[in-house]
Design a binder for this molecule. Structure first.
Ligand code: SAH
Length: 451
């Protein structure tokens, strides 16, 4: 029997949706992070369960042909990337398989998949980063949490973000160390500066810097805000968000302007989009535009359709379709996002879109009861997928087409299967890589009502 601390030789022959390689040892599945299909490895076993075990690589005996030199000094230490050690082609093929496999195994659906749409830029694609601040040896540092922990791995040169983020961070770190602004210490509940949150419009290049603090230190941050705006001309907004809670949630309720405006703007599918610190916004703009383009292709709008956009965030999908539809109805639970969606519609001269704030299940049920019958329903739920009530309400509204967009192919497959048990058939689908180097992948599936 396999035991903790055993050292074994394993060949990796598959990948899990968490991005771990998997091999077999005496009938047990062994999950090994940062391995690659084709690796032969000496593995140190760290955890043993009934039918599976976890291990870490002790030695690469034969490397997989997919392997490349990882180009980041903290790869494997910080919790960000899962795939910097294999080629992008290999990564795309893993992600395509994860999506196809979910629909086959979990959904028991035969979806004609049109492959995976890779991202042109494997690095520098994120438009947002939230860096935790910590104190190490009496000095403020920032970086990223290591996987499943709140230990900060100090590192500002992350390749996933635009390089201006690193310049701004270094500038801030040197200021806060000189001026002794203390980092917040989560375990002791002491200190002040929790996170430095930076966001940049992909097309506009406008930058927002947000200091997340345990308590209001506006007076101490004002001179820094001025210096940031002076040095970095793209910074249009410096704000302070106060989060006095002992919580994992990064942002608190109160945001105050330090300098510039409260929001920045970006363009998304040609629409001007207003972004406040709280607004949900796809973190890879260029690739999100392509994702929305696929939704537009699948929708095949003639201009006469009513389109319902459930889980609409700041309305970006619906607004990108508004010119080609008769009416857009967006539904979203976060009030600020709905405010953004309404403002985004009027800012772009879109008058055929309406946005409703509330739980998708409640609103969809209400709309169904009131006899709403949209031609197309688009759903883009969070990772946990749709509630059964939401799916039932969708079925009751009986749209000709349903387009599922999801960042979790497992729950997407489950929800599509439910819809397909009640009169829909999967027409086509595509995986879209919005998150290169991580294990995450987006899925779009078109379902059509059986005539
Ligand atoms: N379609 C948007 C947002 C997708 S993310 C875009 O592409 O930008 C999923 C969204 O679902 C988030 O905005 C989240 O706030 C919202 N959400 C989560 N649970 C919800 C619920 N129960 N009802 C309605 N919206 C919900």
């Amino acid at each position: 029997m396999l035991k903790k601390n055993d050292e074994i030789i394993v060949s990796v022959d598959g990948m899990t949706s968490e991005g771990n390689g998997v091999g077999r040892f005496e009938g047990m599945a062994v999950f090994i992070p940062f391995s690659a299909v084709g690796d032969v490895l000496k593995v140190h076993i760290t955890k043993v369960q009934k039918t599976f075990a976890y291990g870490i690589i002790k030695e690469i005996i034969t490397p997989s042909p997919d392997r490349i030199e990882a180009d980041c000094p903290v790869f494997g230490k910080c919790g960000g990337c899962s795939f910097r050690h294999i080629s992008y082609d290999a990564e795309l093929s893993i992600k395509e398989n994860i999506v196809k496999d979910a629909f086959k195994r979990i959904g028991k659906l035969d979806v004609p998949f049109e492959g995976i749409l890779g991202c042109e830029e494997r690095n520098f694609y994120r438009n947002k980063a939230q860096y935790p601040v910590a104190e190490i040896d009496g000095k403020a540092v920032c970086g990223f949490y290591s996987k499943r922990s709140h230990r900060v791995v100090p590192f500002v040169s992350c390749k996933l973000q635009p390089s201006v983020f690193e310049e701004i961070l270094n500038f801030i770190l040197s200021y806060i160390n000189q001026n002794k602004i203390p980092a917040y210490d989560e375990s002791a509940g002491k200190g002040i500066l929790r996170h430095i949150y930076i966001r940049q419009g992909y097309h506009s290049k406008e930058v927002m810097v947000c200091f997340v603090v345990f308590k209001d230190i506006k007076a101490r941050l004002l001179p820094l805000a001025e210096m940031i705006c002076e040095k970095f001309s793209d910074v249009k907004s410096v704000v302070m968000n106060v989060n006095p809670m002992n919580t994992n949630v990064i942002l608190g309720d109160k945001t105050e302007i330090l300098l510039g405006s409260e929001e920045i703007f970006d363009l998304m599918c040609g629409n001007k989009i207003k972004l406040s610190p709280q607004s949900f916004y796809q973190i890879n703009t260029a690739q999100a535009e392509k994702l929305y383009g696929i939704v537009r292709d699948y929708a095949e709008l003639s201009g006469k359709e009513t389109v319902m956009d459930l889980y609409c965030g700041a309305g970006t999908i619906g607004l990108s379709l508004a010119k080609n539809a008769a009416q857009i109805i967006g539904v979203e639970v976060i009030p600020e996002a709905i405010e953004n969606a309404k403002e985004n519609a009027s800012e772009n001269g879109i008058s055929n879109a309406q946005f409703i704030c509330g739980d998708a299940a409640d609103i969809a049920q209400e709309l169904a009861r009131n006899g709403h019958a949209p031609d197309i329903i688009i759903v883009d739920p969070p990772r946990k997928g749709c509630e059964k009530e939401t799916l039932d309400a969708i079925l009751q509204m009986n749209p000709k087409k349903i387009i599922m967009v999801s960042c979790n192919s497992a729950t997407a497959a489950r929800d599509c299967a439910y819809l397909c048990e009640s009169g829909y058939i999967p027409i086509k689908g595509r995986a879209v890589d919005l998150f290169p180097a991580t294990e995450h992948v987006e899925t779009v599936v078109l379902m059509s009502m059986v005539k």
